[in-house]
Design a protein around this ligand. Structure first.
Ligand code: PMP
Length: 410
């Protein structure tokens, strides 16, 4: 059953706005989501009632601020079934989380002649940090190919594992194709050859029920701003024993235990990885976002988005000249497409005139675009406040765009 999106939409002040005098049809949720009143007011309330620097204060206000920050950590830990709250390191988002793993775990464990495995559908933020690490260490980066229908090629994945990589990284959900990868299966195969598994959870955490222990990955990166939370919120979720053994990433206040003239000892996890004053506002806002998502239920959200994606694929593929990329059947609420030889940027600009916001470009997946033989795609991505009317608006506007370029609608 679909969600009552019209009712949910009323919780999002920005969605009340118009663009070019038209109802705002926001279909760029894979880039970032809008924020409900519950998140906006949690942030304002924090500053109105609780703000002080955390962890070091001896007065009641600072203790309350610390409690709010740590309660947010516990909430996020429960949300993804983390191994322990200490295994949740707050970061600015997925990109920083993956750089943390590469800079700390990677530098400590990947050396000359070693292999790191990534996939051809990885976002640049789960690719470039590994390129930098491998270049620095004299290690080999092995990219696993994808199948025609946009899935990880399991046979090539198996071949890559024959190199006994130190580390294997892949996305749970592809931001460009909507593919939902079989994470538990991939993690099991990688563990069997002794690799550590890094999962990019930027596009999965907002849209489906995540249980990192059931997935049995080692590191899981997520972004709060893609799940109704504030910009600059996010986390690295990790097995605590791995974090314990890792060297620090950033140096500074809070991450230390004792500081001598020429060396220091370090704080316990997760604080060892949270140097400096943290973004408390982001953590508090993210906790409010999780509260909002939990009230609806991740299972219902996933079902709703799959119905929207299915409707979009059906309607778009009926338009002559439109190609939709990625798997058919089970997939996330991300629909990438091209329309004949119309440049995706032109499509996005024309749709904008109708108040329809979609993304056009390479979606930070240039190796994937090369494999699809396109420079870019247009992408519509859905969330809980989108409804079937938004899909119809997308399709209708696309037909108009096609007519402008001489494509006759089917
Ligand atoms: N991985 C994937 C699959 C993504 O979609 C994104 C965001 N586009 C990222 C990583 C990076 O997330 P952030 O910019 O929040 O760090």
């Amino acid at each position: 059953m679909m969600l009552d999106a019209a009712r949910l939409r009323a919780d999002f002040p920005l969605l009340e706005r118009q663009e070019h005098g038209r109802r705002l049809v926001y279909l760029d949720n894979a880039a970032t989501t809008q924020k409900p009143e519950a998140v906006l007011s949690a942030i304002a309330d924090y500053y109105r009632t609780t703000n002080a620097n955390v962890h070091r204060g001896a007065y009641a206000l600072a203790i309350r601020a610390t409690e709010a920050y740590e309660a947010a950590r516990a909430k996020l830990a429960a949300f993804v079934n983390a191994w322990a709250p200490e295994g949740v390191v707050f970061t600015r988002g997925t990109t920083e989380s993956i750089n943390l793993v590469a800079g700390s775990y990677g530098r400590a464990h990947v050396g000359r002649g070693d292999t790191v495995v990534v996939t051809a559908m990885d976002h640049h933020s789960n690719l470039v940090p590994w390129q930098i690490l491998c270049q620095e260490r004299g290690a080999t980066l092995r990219m696993v190919e994808i199948t025609e229908d946009g899935r990880i090629d399991l046979s090539d994945f198996g071949t890559a594992l024959e190199r006994r990589p130190k580390l294997v990284a892949f996305p749970y959900v592809s931001n460009a194709l909507g593919t939902v990868n079989p994470v538990a299966q991939l993690a099991k195969l990688a563990h069997a050859v002794g690799a550590v598994v890094v999962v990019d959870g930027a596009q999965s955490t907002p849209h489906l029920r995540v249980d990192v222990q059931a997935l049995d990955c080692d590191f899981y990166a997520l972004s709060g701003h893609k799940m109704l939370g504030p910009m600059g919120s996010g986390a690295l979720v990790a097995k605590p024993e791995l974090l314990e053994a890792m060297p620090p990433y950033h140096g500074g206040g809070e991450m230390i235990s004792r500081v001598f003239d020429d060396h220091s000892t370090y704080n316990k996890i997760p604080h060892k990885f949270e140097a400096g004053t943290p973004n408390v506002e982001a953590a508090v806002g993210l906790a409010a976002a999780i509260g909002y998502l939990e009230k609806i239920g991740l299972e219902r959200i996933a079902e709703h988005e799959q119905a929207l994606a299915q409707a979009a694929i059906e309607q778009l593929t009926q338009i002559d000249g439109v190609t939709v990329y990625g798997p058919r059947g089970h997939r996330a609420g991300v629909v990438s497409f091209t329309y004949g030889d119309i440049h995706p940027h032109d499509i996005a600009t024309i749709l904008d005139q109708d108040g329809v916001c979609i993304r056009a470009g390479h979606h930070c997946t240039q190796p994937l675009m090369r494999r699809l033989n396109v420079p870019a795609t247009a992408r519509a991505s859905f969330y809980l406040y989108n409804e079937l009317g938004d899909v119809a608006a997308l399709a209708g506007s696309l037909v108009k765009a096609g007519a402008l370029f001489g494509y006759v609608p089917a």
